[in-house]
Design a protein around this ligand. Structure first.
Ligand SMILES: C[S@@+](CC[C@H](N)C(=O)[O-])C[C@H]1O[C@@H](n2cnc3c(N)ncnc32)[C@H](O)[C@@H]1O
Length: 192
C-alpha cells in the first residue's frame, strides 16, 4: 500500500455502537492511522475515533474525491492487484453485517457517488475490517483467487451457548481472522 493511498470508512449506522468502534480500531491496526479517514461522524462522537484515524463530520458523498473506488458486494467487477495500486481512495461502508444482506452499500453509498469506480471482493459479505484486510492484501499483490476463506465463524459465549457470525472470514495461518476484542465483547455480552 502506497503511503498516499487512503482508506475511508463512511459511517452509516444510526449510532456509533461499541461494535463499530471495535471494528474501526481493528481497521486502524491493519492499515495504520495515517492512511485512514472516518467520515459522517457526529460531532459528539469525533473524540471516540480520533486516536484511530482522521475524523470528519462531512460525508464522503460531499467530498467529490477523484480517483476513488467504492467497495460494494453488488459491484459487477472484482478488484485486481493491477488496478488497485492506481486508486487514491478506497471507500467502505461503515455498516454492520446483516443476514441476509440488504444491499445497504449500494443503496446508502454507491448510488450517491457517481464519479467513483465500484468493485467487489467477491459476492459474499465480509465485516468492514475484514474487507479492509482483503483490500490491503490485494494492494500487496495477492489476487482474491489466491486467498483462502472460511464461511461463518462460531464464537462460544458460555458453557452451552455460542453465536454464529454468518460472514466470510479470511484465513490467516489457517485460522479465520477476527479481532480478539470483538470475541471478548461477544463473550461478555453473551451474544447480541
Ligand atoms: C458488513 S459489509 C455491509 C454489507 C451490507 N450488508 C450490504 O449488503 O451492502 C461492510 C462493508 O464492507 C465492504 N464489503 C464487505 N464485503 C464486501 C464484498 N464482498 N465486496 C465488496 N465490499 C465488501 C463494503 O464496503 C461494505 O459496505
Amino acid at each position: 500500500m502506497k503511503s498516499q493511498q487512503i482508506m475511508i470508512i463512511e459511517h452509516l449506522e444510526p449510532e456509533l455502537y461499541p461494535w463499530c468502534i471495535i471494528e474501526y480500531k481493528s481497521i486502524s491496526k491493519i492499515i495504520g492511522k495515517s492512511n485512514l479517514w472516518f467520515t459522517n461522524i457526529k460531532k459528539e462522537d469525533k473524540n471516540k475515533l480520533e486516536k484511530y484515524g482522521k475524523v470528519s463530520e462531512l460525508s464522503v458523498k460531499e467530498l467529490n474525491l477523484k480517483n476513488s473506488c467504492i467497495l460494494d458486494p453488488e459491484a459487477p467487477n472484482t478488484l485486481t492487484s493491477e488496478e488497485a495500486k492506481n486508486f487514491s481512495f478506497f471507500i467502505f461502508g461503515g455498516i454492520l453485517g446483516d443476514y441476509p444482506p440488504r444491499k445497504r452499500t449500494e443503496v446508502e453509498l454507491t448510488k450517491f457517488i457517481r464519479n467513483a469506480e465500484k468493485r467487489n471482493i467477491g459476492k459474499q459479505q465480509f465485516s468492514t475490517d475484514n474487507a479492509v484486510f482483503v483490500v490491503k492484501q490485494i494492494l500487496q499483490g495477492k489476487n482474491l483467487k489466491e486467498m483462502k476463506f472460511q464461511n461463518e465463524i462460531e464464537i462460544p459465549t458460555g458453557k452451552y451457548d455460542s453465536v454464529i457470525l454468518p460472514y466470510l472470514y479470511p484465513l490467516v495461518k489457517n485460522k479465520p481472522r477476527i479481532s480478539k476484542e470483538l470475541v471478548l465483547f461477544l463473550k461478555k455480552k453473551k451474544g447480541f
